[in-house]
Ligand binder design. Structure first.
Ligand SMILES: Nc1ncnc2c1ncn2[C@@H]1O[C@H](COP(=O)(O)OP(=O)(O)OP(=O)(O)O)[C@@H](O)[C@H]1O
Length: 624
């Protein structure tokens, strides 16, 4: 015979549970006021639903004892046992509504509370809470007084109706020694404004002298204004008091399906894209979080939002947004709104667009790389560093049918003046996103050509020296080719502006890599040398372009004494190296030193210096 096994119920250590919920769920004791306001709002909402036109007021009295009184639905004695005295039970969902069940979904439509634990937050600042209530739904029922203690015990007594003349609820608490700072009158007023500034029902805080202050106001995006200008000004002021900056512009956010309204303020200064901005999210007026980056897509880091919504879900601590499909959908929709604003600007307010891009171009560039439509609309407006200065691609392409892009900032710095003088249009592609973006220009402006700048392109655009000059320079050029050839570099003679530049070293990444490979291969032996040798590529070599217009070069071309020619070639190459602004390798620094000492020796009529010199007479000479 098997007996049915006895079923037990979990035993709950009330003190432990109350302590856990009240002290560890919330980040700061200050949330007690939010929970009290929230319960009052929900009670008023419930009464309004049952009795439209009933009074809807919430009053906070400050002083030694704090009380929050509402004209809400109130509680009968039975309600108190069921809802107030049962942790985790809430009147705001159906009894079988599990935390994500249907009952909860229904409740979310109207109420802010849902978990049935909010009141416990009061035990962070007080050891005892008193609730005095009279039901609006059962006006004949006696008023009831509930006293709950943080050790989990409570008492209930009924009061004569005269003790509580109007339906509604008052929650009263006296701070525990040490927590008075959270219930001090100014603190309570500040907290009430912080959390309840956008509540829809009248909220008043009364100071110990009996002076009332109205706490809540119509959200500034909903208030009526005399003109669009007045509205803009009011919103700018709201942004300044809320976030501490005057916005470049204000974007209205309105998603009726999500019961969401609010504004996005455009930051007037650049911010670090990696630091996502915190947005203020209100739930049915009550502030849920003032640090919610998850409200917007990552790319929208140039705005700060304030929104009020009916559809987002809070986490149990009410300090964050519950990451669900609704939040994801809202994020996408708000992202689309901000993007529309941006694309609309080019038509509606180009001046503002320019100012915006002046500050946030990096954000837009990051965004445009993944968004074809945005790219099409904004690429022509984006500023780039070019040989024509800091201009938009629109202006730039008017002057240059072919757009050359450098791969690095250094390349641009070195080549830009010479390329510009030769009539070439070069864009600095060395900054984040720029090279990628410029390469997409032909998609938007058919007929435009975009090419990576390589040494051959530049030297092809420089005028050749006339043949007779080339001929008379051939002896020096040959020596120079031997000398500079050791560094994987060719030498050519051209005429280019500015005349002050003696030489230009055109180098690109592949050429540099090939030199590194050759260098390592030269130093290693055995297997490594073979492998590296096999990797030898036909990468373009660097080019030292000597400027035939430059007086120093003209003088160098006349040097006939071999030792001096070698030293001069080294000096010219060294100077061009310095102009590339890239760090010198050890061999290059050594070359520079050697060249200077060599020149010095010659100047002192010492003749060629006699230290170890691997070019001495060893290079293939073309003439005696
Ligand atoms: N001011 C009030 N007027 C009427 N009923 C109230 C009031 N305050 C609390 N209650 C009742 O007590 C219950 C428990 O309140 P509590 O704040 O602990 O949880 P909740 O508001 O339901 O949910 P949450 O944990 O999300 O705040 C409420 O569901 C409500 O029925």
């Amino acid at each position: 015979m098997s007996h049915p096994e006895p079923v037990h119920t979990f035993q709950v250590d009330l003190r432990g549970l109350v302590d856990l919920l009240s002290h560890h769920l919330y980040s700061s004791p200050r949330v007690y006021l939010r929970e009290l306001l929230q319960n009052a709002v929900d009670a008023v909402t419930a009464r309004q639903a049952a009795f439209p036109g009933a009074p809807a007021r919430i009053t906070v009295h400050t002083g030694g004892t704090l009380s929050v009184t509402d004209t809400g639905i109130g509680l009968t004695e039975a309600d108190v046992h069921t809802f107030l005295a049962t942790i985790g039970r809430s009147s705001k969902r159906t009894p079988d509504g599990a935390l994500d069940g249907a009952g909860l979904d229904a409740a979310r439509g109207e109420f802010i509370g849902q978990f049935g634990i909010g009141l416990l937050a009061c035990f962070v600042v007080a050891d005892e809470i008193t609730v005095i209530s009279r039901s609006a739904a059962h006006p004949g029922a006696p008023a009831v007084e509930w006293r709950g203690r943080s050790d989990g015990h409570y008492t209930i007594r009924t009061l004569p109706p005269s003790a509580v003349p109007e339906p509604g609820t008052t929650v009263r608490l006296t701070p525990r020694p040490g927590t008075e700072e959270w219930t001090a009158p100014e603190q309570v007023a500040a907290l009430a404004r912080h959390y309840g500034g956008l509540l829809r029902h009248e909220v008043t805080v009364v100071d110990p002298h009996g002076t009332p202050s109205r706490i809540n106001e119509t959200p500034p995006w909903e208030a009526p204004y005399a003109s669009p200008h007045a509205r803009r000004e009011a919103l700018a002021r709201h942004c300044a008091t809320t976030f501490g900056f005057t916005p470049l512009d204000t974007i209205d956010l309105d998603l009726p399906v999500a019961g969401l309204r609010g504004v996005a303020y455009v930051l007037p200064t650049a911010v670090n894209p990696a630091r996502r901005a915190g947005h203020r999210v209100h739930l049915k007026g009550m502030l849920l979080s003032d640090q919610a980056p998850e409200l917007l897509p990552e790319w929208a880091f140039f705005v700060r939002c304030v929104v009020d919504t009916t559809s987002l879900r809070p986490t149990a601590s009410r300090e964050g947004l519950y990451e669900d499909e609704t939040l994801a959908a809202i994020r996408d929709a708000l992202g689309a709104r901000i993007r529309d604003w941006l694309t609309g600007l080019s038509a509606s307010d180009p001046g503002l667009l320019h100012r915006f891009l002046g500050v946030h171009h990096l954000a837009v560039k990051a965004l445009a790389r993944h968004d074809d439509e945005l790219l099409r609309m904004l690429l022509p407006w984006l500023p780039f560093e070019t040989t024509d200065g800091n201009v938009t691609l629109e202006e730039f392409t008017r002057a240059h049918a072919t757009v050359l892009v450098t791969g690095t900032v250094e390349e641009f710095r070195q080549v830009a003046p010479i390329a510009a003088a030769a009539g070439l249009g070069v864009v600095n592609g060395g900054y984040t996103y720029d090279r990628d973006l410029v390469h997409r220009l032909p998609e938007i402006r058919p007929g435009t050509t975009v090419t990576d700048l390589d040494p051959a392109t530049v030297s092809a655009h420089l005028d050749s020296a006339d043949p007779s000059a080339e001929l008379s320079a051939s002896a020096f050029l040959s020596t120079a080719r031997d000398v500079v050839g050791q560094y994987g570099c060719d030498v050519v003679l051209r005429s280019f502006q500015p005349v002050t530049a003696p030489a230009l070293l055109l180098d690109n990444r592949e050429a540099r890599q090939e030199r590194t490979r050759a260098e390592i291969a030269g130093e290693s032996d055995g297997l490594w040398a073979d492998i590296l040798g096999a990797l030898r590529s036909e990468a373009p070599r660097a080019q030292l372009v000597l400027n035939h217009l430059n007086p120093l070069v003209r003088r160098a071309l006349t040097v006939t004494e071999h030792g001096l020619a070698v030293t001069t070639a080294e000096a010219l190459y060294g100077q061009a190296l310095l102009m590339t602004r890239r760090p010198l390798r050890a061999a290059e620094s050594a070359l520079l030193n050697r060249a200077f000492i060599g020149l010095l020796n010659h100047a002192m009529h010492d003749g060629p210096h006699d230290g170890p010199h691997h070019h001495d007479g060893s290079g293939p000479r073309k003439e005696a």
